[in-house]
Design a protein around this ligand. Structure first.
Ligand SMILES: Nc1nc2c(ncn2[C@@H]2O[C@H](COP(=O)(O)OP(=O)(O)OP(=O)(O)O)[C@@H](O)[C@H]2O)c(=O)[nH]1
Ligand SMILES: [Mg+2]
Length: 456
């Protein structure tokens, strides 16, 4: 049993309504002390799953607000506990006052994600579903919403429990062999159990491989716009955003800081990072900018290397070219509204060049098409309807499962004793349980829920 918690569940600010949510065994008792329904019924006699109009009163019997109150008794509620939701007027101060009233009458202020944590601790959802709640809230594209909903429905949870059942069959056999040596069961695993292990390895492997796609859909592709000063990087950012976001001037060294903005290419977020033009400079501020640009080479998933096609390449272009060898690079030859003279063969870090004019808005959609085909398509467009994981925590745990099963195959091949198999089986089962949270620590839960909002 947990104590009763409360928080404002709607965003802070002015709006039509604000919702204060209370969850726990004392939720209805607390409400009874502060709420009088218009119907004059006693609060404890209000119907389950009903919405009730009335007024909130403080200790001095003064009206605090006129409200609608939803009453939802456990266990079929969000937290699987009794929940009361007070819909009050949506002003910043009035919602605070209603919350304070509820806290004065016995509730504790909820921590981040604590309602969802309760749902998990009370066994209504597993950890993958709790994580899906947060992914859903943070989704910025339709594709990302769709993956979060699959996970929230329990697709990953049921896949994991299927794999666990396969492993438990193997474990049952291994335990019989270990516990009753006198039965004389032959050591190697029967074929059907070996098949179980093979299915677990191939399924975990597919899930692990799906992570790249999942990450791309969820977080997008971090794309750095790099090049020497004045080649038109900020102009390109503006052209892609279709707004004058970054300052553009003819002065080399205009951009000093990192500018990050997101565009959406066929449902995949492209996180664009405009950077300071890379060159040697004595200007302290510009130099810091250049260092930030250089660090983007490592951080970005993908680089748009911009050069000015209307001028001969310079030492600075070639130096940047050197740094970009081995990276995923698309060459952007800008200013093609002017006559073109640059000798691009010197840029050996680039396989594909696209000609554009950022200023005149020429070739921009063609460039977007190239970015999609080059970087996104192969990872994201997979005709099969297979499950996709989006969380590095899941990937790491599944890698442990896969490694443990591969160890078992090695043990079998080398004719080693059964108890070694038992150890690896336990490891494989435990790491599957980590995914769903059946095995979890406070630290892990704190980590998962720390990015939630307070009222969720
Ligand atoms: N003719 C022509 N000029 C362009 C084009 N794109 C940018 N310019 C001009 O080039 C100059 C520099 O553009 P910016 O976008 O500020 O270049 P940048 O690479 O961001 O420069 P820094 O921030 O200094 O590194 C400006 O005067 C732009 O108007 C283009 O396609 N054609
Ligand atoms: Mg710039």
């Amino acid at each position: 049993m947990f104590d009763t918690i409360a928080a404002i569940s709607t965003p802070r600010g002015e709006g039509g309504i604000g919702i204060v949510r209370i969850s726990g065994s004392e939720a209805i008792e607390i409400l009874a002390k502060i709420f009088k329904p218009k119907s004059n019924k006693e609060v404890k006699n209000l119907n389950n799953f009903s919405i009730n109009y009335g007024k909130l009163y403080n200790e001095n019997n003064e009206i605090v607000d006129e409200v609608l109150v939803s009453i939802m008794k456990g266990s079929k509620t969000y937290t699987a506990e009794d929940i009361v939701e007070i819909n009050c007027h949506g002003g910043y101060l009035i919602t605070e006052k209603v919350l304070e009233l509820v806290l004065r009458f016995g509730a504790r202020h909820a921590e981040q994600g604590e309602f969802t944590r309760r749902a998990f601790l009370n066994g209504r959802i597993d950890l993958t579903q709790a994580e899906a709640v947060m992914d859903l809230i943070h989704s910025k594209t339709d594709k990302s919403i769709s993956l979060s909903l699959d996970q929230l429905r329990g697709d990953l949870k049921s896949q994991i429990s299927h794999l666990k059942r396969l492993l438990l069959d193997v474990a049952a056999h291994v335990n019989v062999v270990l516990d009753y040596p006198e039965e004389g069961i032959d050591d190697p695993l029967p074929d059907n159990l070996v098949d179980n292990l093979k299915i677990v390895v191939s399924t975990t492997n597919e899930l692990i491989l799906s992570y790249d796609k999942g990450k791309m859909i969820k977080e997008g592709v971090k794309t750095a716009i790099l090049g020497k000063p004045n080649v038109g990087k900020s102009s390109l950012l503006n052209a892609l955003l279709r707004e004058e976001r970054a300052i553009v001037t003819h002065i080399a060294g205009t951009t000093r800081d990192i500018i990050e903005e997101v565009i959406n290419i066929k449902g995949i977020p492209l996180v664009l990072v405009d950077t300071a033009g890379i060159r040697k400079t004595d200007d302290i501020v510009e130099n810091i900018g250049v260092e930030k640009s250089m660090s983007q080479i490592e951080q970005a998933d993908f680089i748009l290397f911009v050069v000015d096609g209307s001028k001969e390449l310079e030492e600075e272009d070639l130096k940047i070219n050197e740094k970009l060898r081995g990276k995923k690079v698309l060459g952007i030859v800008n200013k093609n509204d002017l006559s073109q003279v640059a000798d691009l063969t010197k840029l050996d870090s680039v396989d594909t060049f696209i000609n554009i004019s950022a200023k005149e808005n020429l070739g921009i959609s063609d460039m977007e098409e190239h970015v999609y085909n080059l970087i996104i398509k192969g990872t994201v467009e997979d005709s099969s309807k297979k499950l996709v994981i989006t969380n590095v925590r899941h990937k790491t745990a599944l890698e442990k499962t896969k490694d443990a099963i591969n160890n078992i195959f090695e043990t079998i091949n080398m004719g080693l004793p059964m108890d070694l198999i038992a150890v690896d089986l336990k490891e494989a089962l435990d790491s599957l349980s980590e995914v769903t949270g059946e095995i979890s620590t406070e630290d892990l839960l704190d980590h998962v829920f720390k990015n939630f909002c307070v009222g969720k």
